[in-house]
Design a protein around this ligand. Sequence first.
Ligand code: MV4
Length: 499
Amino acid sequence: MFRKVLVANRGEIAVRIVRALREAGVLSVAVYSEADRASLAVLMADEAAYLGTAPASESYLRVDKIVEAAQRHGAEAIHPGYGFLSENAAFAESCEAAGIVFIGPPAAAIRQMGSKTAARTLAIAAGAPVVPGTESAIDNLANAKETARVLGYPVLLKASAGGGGKGMRRVDREADLEAAIRDASSEALRAFQNGEVYLEKLILEPRHIEIQVLGDRHGHMIHLGERECSIQRRHQKVIEECPSPVMAEHPELRQRMGEAALRIARAANYHNAGTMEFLVDRDRNFYFLEMNTRLQVEHPVTELVAGLDLVQWQLRIAAGEPLTVRQEDVRWSGSAIEGRIYAEDPDHQFLPSPGRITRLSEPAGPGVRLDSGVYEGWTVPLDYDPLLAKLAVWAPSRDAAIERMKRALAEYTIAGIRTNRAFFGEIMDDAEFRAGRLSTAFLDEFFARRKAVEPALEAEAVAALAAVVAQRKANSAPSTAPTSPTSQWLQTGRETLLR
Ligand code: MV4
């Protein structure tokens, strides 16, 4: 195992990795920008290295400064976390060139999976199902029209270099195809410096289900089942769970998707942790979409249900140790749900809400796992992704996990900034969510349902205000009426809300 590892990231994931290093007896080096001088990861790590000013382009994206910091601190390896440089093949190569182990897959696999068309070609060669479409970029309109006609409208234009929804265009009829290609291509060029686009058949209201894989440097690879990630807003995941509610009714689907994921990973000569994204349609046909060659934000739900520590395995695998877990050893137990707590205002178009956290009280207790990157008094910078923490719960059943999530959310107080915390409680109470009827259209439909009941909620707010006013009067009067500690506590919370 390594003696010292540098964590090339920030926020909750830097904290997650520092914790894993501490448990493994490995010294940790945090890196930080001007805005993150007093970050939780910096406070928790053994050592810290300053990178530069707040913009990521001057700090967390600076390959030269990060590699130099690792050398200066004597770190033998770098864990990139997610985002930033985690899927940058040139960064992985720079690490290796400097004699530093990149804790992740081979640079060649990162590069290959970075091209969506190359990934599709690889998946096809591996015998895995992909969405019907083209394997190479569109180079003339006549061919594109012919392809779209064969696929059948609606079709979806996607950026070859893309992912995450950028440069995507739905096309419903041939008359719209030419303009859509032009728009998608120029968007792709701006976002990825590569204007290539290709065509896929549009899958209507799919589920987004991904498979976690883990492989060592000696050719042994396993899958750890799925995560259901259909609840997304503008390609940003909001809630993830394991198992997927579809697997409860169709357990054979996990094995079939797991095997497809393994075929693709083997074809890519993959090692370390990786994730295959699939779309699953209403008839439970599944199609490979793309591969994420990094540790994912939502990895805790897999850890909770499969009962292993993905970051520990990433470290051991990068250090050359064999993966001693066999596929038949993997057992999935119970149900886990994760909610991403963002510093954003759900009542105002989810605008980022940076600022100082004036009060923080965190949930705990049975089955609760909080991966947080903040503390009371911390100022959430506006320079980065507004993810504050991930609240994950485990329980023996999905219904019990939902109740546990509601309980944990009720224990969670974050004051000083706006967060999406309360919004999760509403989703946990949603009948469609509880029935497990999920698709990528879920949140749009949820907002439409919520709008329909808004007038009733306003009346409820007036009643709540009246109750607080009455309670305040009662409290100020010299009364012997017993007030329970619970009601006192709840009232403090209500007052915070009504301020
Ligand atoms: C699709 C699709 C339907 N049909 N491809 C969005 C991001 C990118 N990773 C792939 N995405 C999609 N590709 C075909 N052929 C629907 C989506 C999609 C989506 C996928 C996963 C999670 C949320 C989504 C929200 C809207 C659209």
